[in-house]
Design a protein around this ligand. Sequence first.
Ligand SMILES: *[C@@H]1O[C@H](CO)[C@@H](O)[C@H](O)[C@H]1NC(C)=O
Ligand SMILES: *[C@@H]1O[C@H](CO)[C@@H](O)[C@H](O)[C@H]1NC(C)=O
Ligand SMILES: *[C@@H]1O[C@H](CO)[C@@H](O)[C@H](O)[C@H]1NC(C)=O
Length: 327
Amino acid sequence: MTPSFNIILVILQVILFTFQITNGNECKMNFLTSKDILKKLTSNIVPTLNGKSKGDLGRIGIIGGSVEYTGAPYFSAIAAFKAGADIVYVITTEDAAPVIKIYSPDLIVYPFLNKKYASKISSLLPKMDAIVIGPGLGREDETMKLTYDIIESCKVLEKPIIIDADGLYAISKNISIIQDYPKAGAILTPNGRESKKLMESINSNGSNWFNYWGENVSVLEKGETDKFHSRVPSYNWASSEGGSDRRVGGQGDFLSGSLATFYHWALTSDVCQGEQHGQISQSLASYAAARLVRTCNSQAFEKYGRSMMASDMIKEIHSAYKKVFED
Ligand SMILES: *[C@@H]1O[C@H](CO)[C@@H](O)[C@H](O)[C@H]1NC(C)=O
Ligand SMILES: *[C@@H]1O[C@H](CO)[C@@H](O)[C@H](O)[C@H]1NC(C)=O
Ligand SMILES: *[C@@H]1O[C@H](CO)[C@@H](O)[C@H](O)[C@H]1NC(C)=O
């Protein structure tokens, strides 16, 4: 071999090695800085609109609502839609369904949240790419039982799920129900009070309670600072950017709905081909939703101040989207 051939060989190896570092090992990358996370989100996860047909960007299911609560499932559903999903289904009670239909002609609303329609629910779940369980569900015993059945079905169907609000109450009363959730994954989105309740139920002294349910379940803790906890410490993050002192009813529902859309996108993206695809997807999707909500909150607060409501935040989604993901 001539020396110049050797040099070329070495250069080729260096190029190959660099390529492996930047591509093959993506799953091992450390996502701790918000700049890294946003780069991943914009380049790998938020999809382009070119050449897509209806349904490609996600069919999200929202399961919740009750005679008292019609706003919560509505906010969750409309946030999933405005974050970019193509189709959003709401499964709610017979009383709540007509009310939610009147709020919005964009949503597909099924009045089947009742034990007597269990088989109808079972036939709808397979259509959904990601499912939010809990907004406005209420805490009736019958509802809790139905919720456990729905979670069991989601497990069997390997559906990605987000559990919030009264869905978290259901879990705190039956703590093992999401134990060993399959790879599709579950994200719990408790606020401070709900975290405390879950912690008490699993009898934890506070350290690493969020790891209780196994590797496929993670926790996005909402608060003044939003915190993401998973089994992989390098994917955990905390964010306090944006937001305002005003926290309004419906903000949590906004988060759960937009999270479902981002989570579906992350899971179907090429962001990481390895074992930890699920955990990375949960971390990135949670960050996207948390940032979107916080940005909408601060923008709406600037306009409306104390009079700001969740519906004012919803109106900010388009411009907040551009600010967070397209700038
Ligand atoms: C917990 O969920 C399981 C599975 O659906 C169910 O069989 C059991 O009755 C539930 N436990 C309580 C206390 O509701
Ligand atoms: C996570 O999901 C994978 C794939 O379904 C499964 O093999 C594994 O047992 C799950 N982990 C836990 C702790 O249940
Ligand atoms: C908290 O609980 C964990 C595991 O259950 C244990 O390892 C740890 O020592 C406990 N810490 C305190 C301060 O009790």
